[in-house]
Design a protein around this ligand. Structure first.
Ligand SMILES: [Zn+2]
Length: 94
């Protein structure tokens, strides 16, 4: 039965890896609530001040910008802006 156990473990591992890709509506709401920043990572403007924030996903990570024109700057150096979000997330967890 050793083979079956291995297969089960593999299936579980795959399910775990695949899970974040399938976001339910509830998960999305949760993600919106837990977004750590109230400002645009590109311009530093307050989100929502210039109309609805521009929200999108970059490699599975939620990003909020104050407006669509910040997207160009974001795409020029995504790693730099993602780092800001990650740092804010870490700070928020403390
Ligand atoms: Zn903007």
């Amino acid at each position: 039965m050793k083979k079956l156990k291995t297969l089960t473990a593999l299936t579980l591992a795959l399910a775990y890896v695949a899970a974040p890709l399938a976001l339910s509506a509830e998960d999305k709401k949760e993600a919106a609530k837990t977004y750590p920043l109230t400002t645009c990572v590109v311009s530093g403007e307050k989100l929502g001040e210039m109309g609805d924030p521009y929200v999108f996903k970059h490699e599975g990570k939620e990003v909020k910008l104050c407006c669509k024109s910040c997207l160009k700057k974001f795409n020029a150096d995504p790693a730099k802006y993602l780092k800001k979000i990650e740092e804010a997330e870490k700070a928020a967890k403390k």
